[in-house]
Each structure stands twice: as structure tokens, then as C-alpha cells.
Ligand binder design. Structure first.
Ligand code: BGC
Length: 518
């Protein structure tokens, strides 16, 4: 355990509970909520490179693409209108996750998931049948609303449902669905783009209805979390539910702690204002910094623009799309590694290893692209092996992200907030994530054009900072029951200054003797 890692696993308290088939199936179904987010991330880049789509909605971009004979590869695709199409969705998601906070808290996680699915479904329909640009935009906004609701509620649902020893693995099901969604979308784009008659983009956009239906139906059949039932005063139902979820009779200790957490949370009248209290400083810091850093790894440069990027380094159309699919496969496979390791090796080990791996790859890619394209962006004849080496390092970078910041960016925030601020803090997490997803999507092409290969150094610099941040400021959270998380801050060399001993009241007596390694 590293010096600043916090307290030991288990933290002195162990609730009985098994990885029952019931909880496993429930979590798999709920995790599919990530599909809508992933599908959208994957589909947009491909659709905006389909000529019939551009001709119908973005004629000026189409003309520029075909008439512009610039040899400067860095600036080929710099178009604000087009990026606005992609990134508008994230602004909508940002707003809706704030609304979702209240719904999730007052009416349960399931209702937010249902809203998420329905909004996404309507958005997909409108987009699939779009005749004019306004339909595209209205559709995108509805998709964004859907994602805001789903990303706000699904990670919380998973972390509350899971037995704490398997919480990491079950929660990462969400990220796994995101990566599968991205992969499926790119493969579909590849085939739909070939449809004669040029209406393949309608299938790509309308296809979003499938993941939307999965989460909509899923949310109707899923059980509610015991935490959420208690929060709404349904104590007896919650007790039965907890027995069923944990697969054991003896759930009293956990149940009582959930009740205590809920009592504490009822005292809170203004969850938002509450977040500003000094004792929540560690939580607020994480709710802002984790999503900010996740986006500043630069991952979405690859996810949104891989075909464009690979096109720029010399792959021709088909092989550029194929290389994008390869990075998506790596993304899925490496996420499985983190499902395997997160509850064994812990969050910090994955964060630190993944960070180091990304830094090395970013340095190599910057050097390789810089050496060939130089400042004017004209590579001359780029040997095939050279491009393959670059793609390889990009894949190693994606793997590093996929077992660290990708899944942990959703897992860690969902497990560290006490119930009284959980929903509000998770909305902040989602909003900040969406804000910077928007930011990176919107400015990447312009940045590539101006910063050239320095762009990779730019993101590499942030990965250095975030890795140091994790080392010093993020305590280990593996194997700690979610309602007992307060103790990790009290045990932390820096954050302990912010929390008094009687903060998070229900956790106090649990903390005695639970602190190790500090
Ligand atoms: C991030 C997305 C990213 C995806 C890639 C998610 O955790 O939030 O922005 O595109 O991972 O797999």
C-alpha cells in the first residue's frame, strides 16, 4: 500500500453478501445503460465523414473537403460547423444531468434511467428521419438529454447494488458497455457507408434506437436499489430487497448503516449548497478533478477523430476506418482487464500504471509525428511501417486509458460520495465530464491545425499532472463499503484536515480502529 494510499481493504467492517446470480444479472442489465453513450461517441465521427450526409446538411464542409488541395495534413478537417454537430450533444447532456440529480434522489435511480432511455429513443428517431438541419439538432439535443440522465443514474445504481467486494468489477460493466457501444457503432458505420444510394447515415443515426430500447426496457424490469428505497422511506421493502440482493439473511448491520446514512441525508435541505461545506471539500474536489482529468487524457481525440487522424498520417479511407476499429477492439479488451483487476490490485495501482503508460505513448507519438510531418504538416512519402508503429503506440495508449481513467472516471466518483450529497455530486461529475468532452471535441481540429504534433505533448503534460494528483490525493477505495467511505478521508494525510471526527455522523463509530497504514 503506497504511503498516501489511505486505509487497508475492508477497513475493519465486513457486511455479509454474495455475488448472487440476481445481483450479477441486475448489474449487467443496468450497465447496458452505457451503450447509448458509447454508440453515440462512436457513430458521430463516421457519419460526419460520409459524403451524402455532408451534401445534405453541410454543403460548405463538403465543398471544402473536396476542393481544398492543401498539403497541410494538420489542417485538412478544421471545420467549426461540423464539430458543433458532434459536440452540441454534450452541452445538452451537461444541462440534463443537473435536472437528473433531483429525479434520481427523489424518485429513485430507475426513473432517471427510464427517462434517459426514452429521450434517447425519441432523439434517435428524429435523427434517423431527419430532413433538415433543425431536425438533426433537435435530435442531438434529445440524445444529449438521454445521456445526461443515464450517466447520472447508472453508475450510482451499480455501486449501490453491488456487494462492496465486487463493486469495482460490477460498476465497470458500465464502461464496458460504453466501449462495446463505440466498437459496434464504428463497425456499423463502416458497412453503412458502403450502401448505394447514400442513405446509410440514416441507419447509423437511427440505429441508436436499439441501445435506447435496451435501457428503456431494462429500467422497467430492474429492481430498485435498497439505498434508494430507504431514501424514499420504504424501509420494509428495502430490507427485503437487501436480503434478495445480497443472497443472505443476515443483512442487519448493513441495513442499519443504510438507515443511518439516510437519516443523515434527510437533515440536508439543500444538497447543492451542502456540497460547499468544508467537510465535503475532498468530494467536491474529486467530483470536479476526476472528470476534468479524464477528458484531458485526450482520449476523445482518438474516439471521435481516429479515422481522420489515421487519414492524416497516411492511411487511405478504408484502412483508416479499419485502424479505428482496431483501437476500439483494444479499448474493449483492456476494459476487461480492469474488470478483472480493479478489486484485486485497487484503483490507485490502475490509475498510476495507466497514467505512466499513456505518458510514454504520447511522447512517442508526438516524436514520431513531429519527425515526419514537421511544422508544415507535409510528410512527403510516409512509409507504411512508420504509420503502423504510430497506430501501435496509439493502441497501447488506448489500453492504458481503458484500464485506468476510462472505467475509474465513472467508478470512483460513484463510490466516494455519502448519500446526502451523492446525487448532486454525481451530477457535477457528469456535467464536468460533458463540459470538457464538448471542449475537446470542439477545439481538437483547430488545435491540431495550430499546435500540430505539440497537441500530443499538450495532453501528455496533463497526464503527468493527473498522475501526480492521484498519487498524492486519491485514497484507495477498494474493498470499503460505500456507506463507510468517510473513513478514507479521515485517514488521509491531506484530506483529514478537512473532516472533523464527527463528520458523516453515521460513520463515526465505524471508524474507530478501522484505520490502518497511516
Ligand atoms: C469517457 C468517454 C470516452 C470513453 C472511451 C469514457 O469513460 O467518459 O469520454 O470516449 O470512455 O472509451
Amino acid at each position: 500500500m503506497p504511503a498516501v494510499g489511505g486505509i487497508g481493504p475492508g477497513g475493519g467492517k465486513e457486511y455479509p453478501g454474495n455475488l448472487t446470480p440476481f445481483v450479477t444479472v441486475t448489474c449487467i442489465v443496468a450497465a447496458m445503460g452505457g451503450l447509448i453513450f458509447g454508440y453515440d461517441i462512436g457513430i458521430s465521427g463516421g457519419v460526419t465523414s460520409m459524403d451524402p450526409f455532408l451534401k445534405k446538411f453541410f454543403m460548405s464542409v463538403y465543398r471544402k473537403k473536396h476542393n481544398d488541395k492543401t498539403t497541410n495534413e494538420y489542417c485538412q478537417y478544421d471545420s467549426q460547423t461540423l464539430t458543433m454537430f458532434t459536440s452540441s450533444l454534450y452541452l445538452a447532456a451537461l444541462l440534463s444531468s443537473l435536472v437528473a440529480s433531483t429525479i434520481t434522489r427523489r424518485f429513485g435511480r430507475k426513473l432517471s434511467m427510464l427517462f434517459g432511455g426514452l429521450l434517447f429513443l425519441i432523439g434517435a428517431l428524429i435523427n434517423g428521419f431527419a430532413q433538415a438541419i433543425w431536425m438533426l439538432i433537435v435530435g442531438r439535443i434529445l440524445l444529449g438529454f438521454g445521456i445526461g440522465f443515464a450517466n447520472q443514474s447508472v453508475p450510482l445504481y451499480l455501486s449501490e447494488m453491488a456487494p462492496y467486494k465486487y463493486r469495482g468489477a460490477l460498476n465497470i460493466g458500465f464502461q464496458l458497455s460504453i466501449t462495446v457501444g463505440i466498437l459496434v457503432a464504428n463497425v456499423l458505420n463502416y458497412f453503412f457507408a458502403k450502401i448505394k444510394g447514400g442513405w446509410g447515415w440514416r441507419l447509423s443515426l437511427g440505429g441508436a434506437m436499439v441501445p435506447a430500447l435496451i435501457i428503456t426496457i431494462g429500467s422497467l424490469v430492474l429492481p430498485d436499489t435498497p439505498n434508494s428505497m430507504i431514501e424514499r422511506g420504504e424501509h420494509e421493502k428495502a430490507r427485503q430487497q437487501l436480503r434478495k440482493v445480497r443472497g443472505v439473511e443476515d443483512i442487519d448491520e448493513e441495513f442499519n448503516d443504510l438507515i443511518a446514512a439516510s437519516e443523515e441525508s434527510k437533515k440536508v435541505e439543500h444538497p447543492w449548497r451542502n456540497l460547499l461545506q468544508r467537510k465535503y471539500r475532498p468530494h467536491l474536489t474529486m467530483a470536479i478533478m476526476i472528470p476534468f482529468f479524464q477528458q484531458f487524457t485526450g482520449i476523445n481525440v482518438i474516439m471521435f477523430y481516429a479515422p481522420v487522424l489515421f487519414g492524416s498520417i497516411g492511411f487511405k479511407d478504408d484502412s483508416a476506418l479499419m485502424s479505428a476499429v482496431i483501437t476500439d477492439v483494444v479499448n474493449v479488451a483492456a476494459t476487461v482487464v480492469s474488470i478483472y483487476g480493479v478489486d484485486k490490485w485497487g484503483r490507485r495501482a490502475l490509475f498510476l500504471e495507466g497514467g505512466a503508460q499513456m505518458i510514454i505513448c504520447q511522447a512517442v507519438v508526438a516524436a514520431a509525428i513531429g519527425a515526419k510531418f514537421g511544422i508544415d504538416g507535409n510528410p512527403g512519402d510516409l512509409p507504411k511501417w512508420y504509420a503502423i508503429v504510430v497506430v501501435m503506440f496509439i493502441c497501447i495508449y488506448v489500453a492504458g486509458f481503458a484500464w485506468s481513467w476510462g472505467p475509474l472516471g465513472w467508478l470512483v466518483p460513484s463510490e466516494i460520495f455519502p448519500l446526502e450529497i451523492r446525487s448532486a455530486a454525481q451530477s457535477i461529475n457528469v456535467s464536468v465530464n460533458m463540459l470538457f468532452t464538448f471542449f475537446v471535441a470542439q477545439i481538437f481540429l483547430t488545435m491540431l491545425c495550430h499546435m500540430k504534433f505539440g497537441l500530443f505533448i499538450f495532453f501528455g503534460f496533463f497526464v503527468v499532472i493527473m498522475t501526480i494528483f492521484i498519487y498524492f490525493f486519491l485514497p484507495e477505495t477498494k474493498g470499503i463499503p460505500i456507506e463507510e467511505m468517510g473513513k478514507v478521508w479521515k485517514a488521509h494525510p491531506y484530506w483529514s484536515k478537512f473532516v472533523e471526527n464527527d463528520d458523516y455522523g453515521h460513520g463515526v463509530e465505524l471508524n474507530k480502529g478501522a484505520v490502518k497504514n497511516v
